[in-house]
Design a protein around this ligand. Sequence first.
Ligand SMILES: Nc1ncnc2c1ncn2[C@@H]1O[C@H](COP(=O)(O)OP(=O)(O)OP(=O)(O)O)[C@@H](O)[C@H]1O
Length: 634
Amino acid sequence: MTTATHEETLGFQTEVKQLLHLMINSLYSNREIFLRELVSNAADACDKLRYEALDNDAIFEGDSELRIEIEHDQQAGTITLRDNGIGMNRDEVIENLGTIARSGTSEFLKQLSGEQQKDAKLIGQFGVGFYSGFIVADDVTVRTRKAGTDHSEGVEWRSQGEGEFSVADVELERHGTEIILHLKEDAKDFADDFRIQNLVRKYSDHIDVPVRMPKTENARDDEGNEIEGSEVTTWETVNEATALWVRPKTDIEDEEYKAFYKHVAHDFSDPLTWSHNKVEGKLEYTSLLYVPGRAPFDLYERDGARGVKLYVQRVFIMDDAEQFLPLYLRFIKGVLDTRDLSLNVSRELLQQDPQVDKIKSALTKRSLDMLKKLAKDDEAYQTFWNTFGSVLKEGPAEDHANREKIAGLLRFSTTHTDSATQDQSLADYIGRMKEGQEKIYYIVADGFNATKSSPHLEIFRKKGVEVLLLHDRIDEWLMSHLTEFEGKSFVDVAKGDLDLGEVEDEDEKKAQEETAKAKEDLVKRVQDALGGDVQEVRVTHRLTDSPACVVLPEHEMGYQMRRIMEAAGQPMPEVKPILELNPEHALVTRLEGAEGEGFGDLARILLDQAVIAEGGHLDDPAAYVKRLNTLLSA
Ligand SMILES: Nc1ncnc2c1ncn2[C@@H]1O[C@H](COP(=O)(O)OP(=O)(O)OP(=O)(O)O)[C@@H](O)[C@H]1O
């Protein structure tokens, strides 16, 4: 019996306590996942040891046959999981099994509501890992020793999953980690041979490391008959134990791909799609990439996990190798196994290796192709788009070479559906273009309603010309990097001169010129009344229902982007709008007939209203209200 020394009791980090509490309560209907999580960790630990041993064989301590063992004791109500992987030293145990080091954790935990179903979903997004043992156990003991250290450097960790845990030094002959789960009364049925085997096959079949379970049988005599009282225990491998990606595609069932995804991505739910490819020739690699069905909790964390799991010739090298995919594809999960890199490659070396760029551009192309394929399934693609669309929108700015491809994958709200759901592609738009229309028109504003009701759309609606309604924060930035699609250029309808091209006929254009001439006097008077607050005043034919609108010069930064920059503390030079007046509108006719102060007030009201309709803020809103009230009560 080993004796424990240097025993201390420590408190869990607050976040761990919260997570434990929520997990135990909300994952009740999904309890079996504890086994997958623990086997997954054990397999990772074996991968890490294999990697460490690349340049230090001695670290195996003569036991290089990596494996995971699962035993159970029905009577005692325990399940024991054992691996001969890397193990942990005392400091690592305290760090790994007492805290959660991921950034954004406390913000994430704040979102949890206490509602079982909702929280179960959210927790799945977070990944529960080791702590999932407490879903089924009321007492967990971990015995672990880091490979390559002295037998006396073993550590025993114990906890009942409440507020604290204890750690003590123990003597351990074997390196690696052993986890003993003392099952709760209502979870005792997990200590069953058949059940455990099924769970291993269901969740961990594809793991490279063999998962073994003991099989106790009586020995047999020469005639094959059991010999009474001669029990022998042999270890039987219960999983397939071949890395999934190495197997030919045709041999792999969808269910196996899905189970493997859950291991790689630490996700509970199924992926939306995947792409498995073996490439031979100049570059040699196998990739298995997945599109998740939901966003990880840290999708927008700058230092959140991203990238693929990297293997070199089947040897695990690192998690989250971010060099192989661009940032705008950070939601893609999967595995890359290559022969083109050396086994001792590090993150630093990856940055300098020219092969990495080649693989990156190949994987980028694969990912985009995979999305294009997914787009054939409207429902699945919509799920993808609603989850990751705003990340994909970073693409055109980051990846010029694939701009057109990415543009083809974008989805928008448009005046065709007038719905906030972004489900129309540029190809759909082009297919509906009016005869003579050469441009793709769009408008950007904060929020869907602001785009949908913008006065700038009036003429487009009247003529039946479709306009993309862009209302995500990133949209103006996106459009500053998208100039054309399939040879058609993009035009912001709220900037520059209105150009409807062939959609307007010669007669209409002539009539407009004549109106402009007839209103020269009015334009001049308004310009004088508004002084330096506008860049220019002109008559417009953009409007049918509104009296006026403001327009920005063509190359000026839009209002949405200005607000984002200002919010980020970037001072922006003042921009003076162009005021356009609708000569057909009754208020403009009234303006024409007004004199003196009344004229000045009405001109200013029209300007202020146009700014408000644009989602802009007035410098002096009270003055606007006062003028308007005077007008209303006149
Ligand atoms: N069997 C094991 N052998 C060695 N180290 C382990 C083992 N199990 C867990 N660990 C260590 O504890 C850490 C925390 O494990 P935990 O499962 O909570 O999180 P994770 O594996 O990092 O991520 P996830 O929550 O997504 O599974 C691991 O990163 C690993 O360093």
